[in-house]
Write a protein that binds this ligand. Structure first.
Ligand code: NAP
Ligand code: ZN
Ligand code: ZN
Length: 361
């Protein structure tokens, strides 16, 4: 089935229209008309091949909201017309120890990413949500609770679950003191979710202008990470720090702000840290430096249901697909409050014979 999309043709190309061939639906597949897709910093990292495993052409997008237009004969959980979501994964082996624990993101055979991955059945390249339609096996499709604004719900599928999973794993609740590093897509969801779980939340930021927003998103304290006196004032304080910074940065100033037994969990930067971590404050405080990737499918549904009950969505700026390259540039400069979401109806106005529309007749 043909579907119009936006793709990067190489690590140096801008996104441009691209006609994509989706697979013919299998018996357990759900076909979804995409309404909205959030714009994650990982889209930019992968399109620029920052992590070294990108394949092209690449249609990014893993914060997908849409409506079911057809279901295969063995699908029982979804009906035509349902509002559904798809996040960062579309398949996993379903039989390893991680999959058995609902941790498909840590599948021992490697989970199948929504894009920049390979289909487990026919080995074709998977392609993401900057597109009109997607075909996904029913186990990896999420229910979107009634009453949630669908545009604002899109970023829950990655930014929401990536911050929810460590909050739940480290058992954050009303007694917890949590800090978040970086107020972007992930960071603003971390503040909202930590606050809704009853925790006391602090933001570490490089940007003095974000203080008022951070407080309205649920932070009781805002610490300018470039100010030594402010950093000293919060030594020994936090049970959990979620670090969302997308680039290499110095972790050492943050570690002493952890309480004894506290954990700093890296979700943002993938790569070697420079400067390296000094172990003295880790050892003298039994502190942990950890990492976390998205969340399993059951945990993602748990997060969506929690957001439904608490009326939590992302703070978004809507963009048309034609403006995606500018949106990416703004995101790279931390100039978005706090997540771009693409209105996929704008793809309908991309002309059939627009220059650069690869693969169109
Ligand atoms: N682990 C996972 O499963 C997972 C899932 C999704 C995304 N990610 C990754 O998480 C990272 C954040 O994604 P996002 O979409 O939230 O990005 P984003 O919207 O661009 O937000 C990142 C924030 O980090 C801060 N920041 C940026 N550059 C910095 C630097 N050089 N030093 C210190 N702080 C900096 C900025 O906040 P301030 O202005 O407040 O300092 C910025 O707003 C990306 O690398 C993405 O690939 C990981
Ligand atoms: Zn993401
Ligand atoms: Zn597995």
């Amino acid at each position: 089935m043909k579907t119009l999309s936006y793709a990067a043709q190489s690590a140096t190309d801008e996104l441009a229209p691209y006609e994509l061939q989706r697979r013919e639906p299998r018996p357990n597949d759900v076909v979804i008309d995409i309404l909205y897709c959030g714009v994650c910093h990982s889209d930019l990292h992968q399109a620029r091949d920052d992590w070294g495993f990108s394949t092209f052409p690449m249609v990014p997008g893993h914060e997908i909201i849409g409506r079911v237009v057809s279901v295969g004969p063995v699908v029982t959980r979804f009906n035509v017309g349902d509002q559904v979501g798809v996040g960062c994964m579309v398949d996993s082996c379903q039989h390893c120890a991680s999959c058995a624990r609902d941790l498909e993101q840590y599948c021992e055979e490697g989970c199948t990413f929504t894009y920049n991955g390979f289909d487990r059945v026919d080995q074709s390249a998977t392609q993401g949500g900057y597109s009109q339609k997607i075909v996904v096996s029913d186990k990896f499709v999420l229910n979107i609770p009634d009453g949630l604004d669908l545009k604002g719900a899109a970023p829950l599928l990655c930014a929401g679950i990536t911050t929810w999973s460590p909050l739940r794993h480290w058992k954050v609740g009303p007694q917890s003191k949590v800090a978040v590093i970086g107020l972007g897509g992930l960071g603003h969801m971390a503040l909202k979710l930590a606050n809704a779980l009853g925790a006391d939340a602090t933001l570490f930021t490089r940007s003095p202008g974000k203080e008022a927003d951070a407080r309205s998103l649920g932070a009781s304290n805002v610490v300018l990470s470039t100010n030594e006196a402010q950093m000293d004032a919060v030594k020994g304080k936090y049970d959990l720090i979620i670090d969302t910074v997308p680039n290499n940065h110095d972790l050492n100033p943050y570690i002493p702000t952890l309480a004894v037994d506290g954990t700093i969990v890296m979700v943002g930067y993938l790569g070697e840290l420079e400067p390296p971590i000094h172990t003295i404050p880790v050892i003298l405080g039994r502190r942990s430096v950890a990492g976390s990737a998205i969340g399993g499918i059951a945990e993602t549904q748990e997060m969506l249901d929690f957001c439904g009950e608490h009326g939590i969505t992302s703070d978004i700026e809507m963009v048309n697909i034609q403006d995606i390259n500018t949106a990416w540039e703004r995101m790279a400069n931390s100039d978005v409050k706090y997540r771009f979401v693409i209105d996929m109806a704008s793809l309908d106005t991309v002309a059939v014979n627009e220059p650069g529309c690869v693969g169109r007749p």
